[in-house]
Design a protein around this ligand. Structure first.
Ligand code: BG6
Length: 486
């Protein structure tokens, strides 16, 4: 199966940090179909050799779990080509078509790793030069728009040119190993599913915490980002869907996406009072992380000194259906938090009548950890056997841990590699359908509206902490606490 893989935005951060390493890894893992060509394109005036040298320098600045050899890099670059062009111009679309038409590949993947404002014009242009025939698959990087209206406008333009099965909307969190394993745990085993409901689960907590700040993306993040658009509307709500969805009838893409859509449509709409009480918005000021001092968000390059952009947010969400009625789902994400961690914690209800001495109100917890490494942990109570006399016979928490590195070896597949392989295979199950995005935008729309009229709702937090204390107070009202506070 001959394939062509085209990256528009080929010298962008995403390209050298994630996309090219993902193709390279797939190549090294022998996972690319035979007879492939990879084209990168951007406005930079580079030729093929210069691009390869540029890429090599960037690869050298990355940390590789599996260091590569000269031979491997050289073999990879034999697939690579580069064209310098301005993709807002019709000549560029023609140049792209000419490159693709140099041969007749079975699959042509065009990855738009560019600003979403360019998506509509680009897709129209691709259609005009015939780069929308049945061989073509287009990958759209997030963010897909700025709000419901802009996302719909982009989608209309893209769908005027491409059929839905040709459109791959990326949410790289869906490609993470632990998210795959959450599906496997829930629907490949019979153990948890009977317990996976309001009768047994008290609350669910989803955290994506980063210790990094906005790095070099300050200007972009400040203008178009914020935690709501950068993380909540997409990654966080997709994780929520994976936890809360009903069992799909099969692993077919639409069967899975139909179930995720139902979750998004069942989210309890946020009233003005909910937004006051159950949505927290924060921004980091200067602080200390891992022994070093870091500047506040407003001091970052490219960020307005009076910015009200949120770098943290938390929501207490509810899902209005039989399975989840009354179960709070606490979602939080932020930059410059105490440590890099991402996990889904399912807190089960305490036993109805404790007969043993042990920690008060103990809850079994299932922790699906996505970062810094992949694992699934189940916390149970067991009788202590080797404790001091006073502790003997008491129940103490112990963990049943599944560490994927230990179970399956260290050769893991990164999210982007997994997703690119899926695109090449034409499998849409790990990609987001537009109606899901629409429903997610609808859910967050009242927050966007409310925040734009209420700058005072922004709470500052010190870098290196877990965000504004209000995010803890919100859980305390439900008698709950974030994992690090237990
Ligand atoms: C991206 C966001 O989608 O996800 C970034 O735009 C964020 O702001 C990143 O840092 C986090 O991804 P990961 O895989 O490093 O947790």
């Amino acid at each position: 199966m001959a394939f062509d893989l085209v990256f528009l935005g080929g010298t962008g951060d995403l390209a050298w940090r994630k996309l090219m390493p993902a193709v390279f890894q797939a190549f090294r893992h022998g996972a690319l179909p035979p007879d492939g060509r990879v084209l990168a394109s951007s406005r930079e005036t580079l030729d093929r050799a210069q691009y390869c040298a540029w890429l090599r320098a960037r690869f050298d600045s990355l940390t590789w779990d599996e260091p590569f050899t000269e031979e491997e890099f050289a073999a990879f670059t034999s697939l690579l080509d580069f064209i310098s062009m301005d993709i807002t111009q019709p000549e560029a679309h023609q140049a792209l078509a000419d490159w693709v038409n140099l041969r007749d590949a079975d699959t042509v993947v065009i990855y738009l790793a560019v600003a979403p404002a360019l998506f509509s014009g680009l897709c129209t242009g691709l259609g005009r030069v015939g780069l929308n025939d049945k061989r073509v698959r287009v990958v759209l990087e997030k963010p897909l728009g700025y709000d419901l209206a802009s996302a719909t406008a982009i989608n209309d333009a893209v769908s005027a040119v491409l059929k839905e099965h040709q459109i791959f909307r990326i949410d790289h969190y869906l490609g993470k190993q632990s998210v795959q394993n959450l599906m496997a745990l829930r629907f490949g085993n019979s153990l948890f599913e009977p317990l996976w409901r309001r009768e047994w689960i008290e609350n669910v907590q989803i955290t994506i915490a980063e210790d990094l700040g906005v790095e070099q993306r300050g200007g972009y993040y400040d203008r178009s980002g914020g935690a709501l658009r950068d993380m909540m509307q997409n990654h966080m709500l997709q994780l929520l869907c994976m936890v809360a969805m009903e069992p799909p009838a099969s692993d077919d893409a639409d069967a899975v996406r139909d179930e995720k859509l139902k979750v998004l449509r069942s989210l309890k709409p946020l009233s003005a009072a909910d937004i006051n009480n159950n949505v927290i918005r924060g921004q980091y000021r200067a602080g200390r992380i891992q022994g070093g001092t870091v500047p506040g968000y407003r001091e970052e390059d490219g960020v307005s000194p009076a910015s009200h952009t949120e770098t943290f947010m938390a929501i207490r969400a509810e899902i209005e259906n039989w399975r989840w009625a009354g179960v709070p789902f606490f979602l939080r994400t932020g930059k410059r938090l105490a440590q890099r961690t991402a996990d889904i914690v399912v807190n089960f209800r305490p036993v109805p009548h404790p007969i043993f001495a042990g920690p008060n109100g103990f809850q079994n917890r299932l922790v699906i950890r996505l970062q810094p490494s992949d694992s699934i942990e189940l916390e149970l109570l067991a009788k202590a056997s080797n404790r001091s006399k006073s502790e003997q016979g008491r129940l103490v928490p112990v963990g049943l841990n599944l560490d994927f590195k230990e179970a399956f070896g260290t050769q893991t597949i990164e999210a982007y590699e997994r997703l690119l392989r899926k695109v090449l295979a034409g499998r849409l199950d790990l990609f987001v359908r537009f109606d899901e995005q629409q429903a997610a935008w609808r859910y967050v729309a009242p927050i966007i509206e409310s925040w734009s009229n209420d700058p005072d709702s922004l709470r500052l937090y010190n870098a290196g902490t877990w965000g504004p204390p209000a995010a803890s107070a919100m859980l305390a009202r439900d008698g709950a606490a974030w994992p690090e506070e237990r």
